[in-house]
Design a protein around this ligand. Structure first.
Ligand code: B12
Length: 505
């Protein structure tokens, strides 16, 4: 579609010059400061462009000032923000505050994987007198934008949205009132872990190792294709989606195009996949995982404070539960990793963009993301072997996707480990920048197609959602992290089971 539009462009320009065709409106799109993801935003941009909206796309990591200056200079009708990780939510609040301060009255659209209707209603919309609206996906973007640019429809949309947002704020307030157990009670109600020598294996090496230029064809067989289709809004499990009565034909087309581009990337080695990983002696100290430099366990390397669940009836899980306390008398270890498959993405994307081939430009990123996740899976398998307990494992890719193996690899930012501020210490021990992975001010990883986390081996280790926590725990956590309470509350905002008051201005 975009290629067809590109072909028609000169004719459309000529018609525009004669006043025959005008764009239906101007929409500014940007991924906020500190965030690097743009697949979703780019899909929205293409969809709007194909519907004759003029899209001014400022790219990723865009500071608030640039967004608002451009909105003024270009006289845009709508401002759209995107973000993938939770720190971006706070930045969106800031943009909303600044729009109000500078008197920008355009509707503000909020999108991206980390955003939702509730957060938009509770935290972002109240910052402005004008409309702020969450848009779930690209398929809804045209309807919303066209509605907003039509005076009568707009009035109805504003009314409907404010009523909905009021309701969402009430639902949120109700949720916040739901009782949590005290932090002390949660600590007392932790799961019972049985500490046996045979469950605490010895890794084959201690310290950090790197993998450079991991062959991409080896990674390709670890790909979980289901999420590839999700990225393109084809929702369904792979491989069944290929035979879906409604989406099957589109899914097969898409899959064919992906295979073709993947084969080219593998053949031309146009993306590079690197990793840093390692094993370290470790123990748990209450809710903190402590890593040591060597087996003498005399020099501490770093600490990863963890959060404990406080909602529900227990047991109340914390990742530190799965690492042996010193009192167990066992020499436990943890693994850590950072992988990327995104080195080279930008050049490849640029070459497609220059050819006005947005489809393949987005496809490159979607494939790089798949390869990054596949690398995390592949490296985890290798780690289980190097740790000994996975030596006899014989699992298919479907079994790996279903996590039918022992142990977990919690990633920073995922529900069991929601604190993104844990990435800098993780990157220090892994020296991740040496393999080409760096962090932004919001702790997003660059290149975008990167994953990092810990490996925990205990057979009882499992994923869970930390969920809502109380101020008592946040205070204790801030102390353990060495950060001020307000700073900690900002990073942990989605987990706060209480209102922290006015956000930054
Ligand atoms: C696939 C995936 C990845 C992929 C790629 C992500 C990507 N490029 O989008 C990889 C494996 C690289 C990845 C990595 C990470 N991820 Co991830 N990931 C996901 C997952 C499973 C799907 C996201 C996705 O691709 N969706 C498809 C795309 C197309 O959708 P989208 O971006 O949301 O865009 C659509 C809409 O949101 C909307 N939209 C988007 N922008 C805009 C803008 C406007 C104006 C409008 C109108 C609409 C709009 O339209 C788009 C098209 O329909 C989500 C969970 C989930 N189910 O959402 C977690 C998730 C996004 N990841 C998460 C996290 C934490 C991470 C990591 C930090 C983990 C880690 N420690 O390694 C890293 C961060 C990477 C980095 N560079 O910093 C969290 C983020 C929340 C948080 N706690 O911060 C999530 C929500 C999982 C979770 N439940 O905790 N991830």
């Amino acid at each position: 579609m975009k290629a067809a539009v590109a072909y028609l462009q000169p004719f459309m320009e000529a018609e525009k010059a004669q006043g025959v065709v005008q764009p239906r409106g101007r929409v500014l799109l940007a991924t906020v400061k500190g965030d690097v993801h743009d697949i979703g935003k780019n899909i929205v941009g293409v969809v709007l462009g194909c519907n004759n909206y003029q899209v001014i796309d400022l790219g990723v990591m865009v500071p608030c000032e640039k967004i608002l200056d451009t909105a003024v200079q270009e006289k845009v009708d709508i401002v759209g923000l995107s973000g993938l990780i939770t720190p971006s939510l706070d930045e969106m609040v800031h943009v909303a505050q600044e729009m109000e301060r500078r008197g920008l009255t355009q509707p503000l659209l909020i999108g991206g994987a980390t955003t939702n209707r509730e957060h938009t209603a509770v935290k972002i919309a109240p910052q402005r007198s004008d409309l702020t609206l969450h848009v779930l996906d690209a398929s809804r973007a045209v309807g919303v934008v066209s509605g907003l640019l039509d005076a009568t429809q707009r009035e109805a949309l504003v009314k409907k949205t404010s009523a909905e947002q009021e309701q969402l704020r009430e639902i949120h307030a109700d949720k916040q009132r739901r009782p949590l157990v005290t932090y002390a009670a949660a600590n007392a109600g932790k799961p019972a872990i049985v500490w046996r020598t045979e469950d605490v294996p010895m890794p084959t090496f201690i310290g950090r190792r790197v993998i450079e230029r991991q062959p991409l064809d080896e990674l390709a067989r670890f790909i979980d294709w289901t999420f590839f289709f999700t990225a393109w809004e084809l929702k369904g499990k792979y491989p069944q989606i290929l035979d879906h009565p409604k989406y099957g034909a589109a899914a097969r087309d898409l899959f064919g195009a992906a295979q073709k581009l993947l084969a080219r990337i593998v053949e031309e080695k146009s993306l590079t996949a690197n990793a840093a990983y390692g094993f370290w002696p470790a123990c748990s100290e209450d809710n903190t995982i402590v890593l040591f430099a060597d087996e003498s366990r005399t020099r501490e390397l770093c600490r990863f404070p963890m959060l404990r669940q406080q909602a529900g009836s227990g047991p109340y899980y914390c990742l530190a539960d799965f690492v042996a306390p010193a009192s167990a008398g066992l020499a436990d270890h943890v693994g850590a990793f950072a992988v990327t498959a995104g080195i080279g993405t930008q050049d490849l994307v640029k070459s497609f963009e220059q050819a006005r081939d947005d489809y393949n430009a987005i496809m490159v990123k979607a494939l790089a993301d798949r390869l990054a996740e596949a690398f995390a899976e592949c490296l985890h398998q290798r780690v289980r072997r190097e740790w000994g307990y996975g030596a006899d494992e014989n699992l298919s890719n479907q079994d790996l996707i279903a996590e039918k193996y022992r142990g977990i690899r919690p990633a920073t930012g995922y529900p069991a480990w929601p604190d993104h501020t844990e990435k800098p210490p993780l990157f220090d021990i892994l020296q991740a920048p040496e393999v080409g992975i760096t962090l932004t001010e919001s702790s997003a990883m660059s290149p975008a197609a990167s994953v990092c986390g810990l490996y925990l081996a205990h057979p009882q280790s499992r994923y869970f959602d930390v969920g809502r926590i109380d101020r008592g725990q946040v205070q204790d956590y801030a102390r353990r992290r060495g950060l001020a309470l307000t700073e900690m509350e900002r990073w942990l905002a989605p987990n706060l089971g209480y209102d922290r008051g006015i956000e930054r201005v």
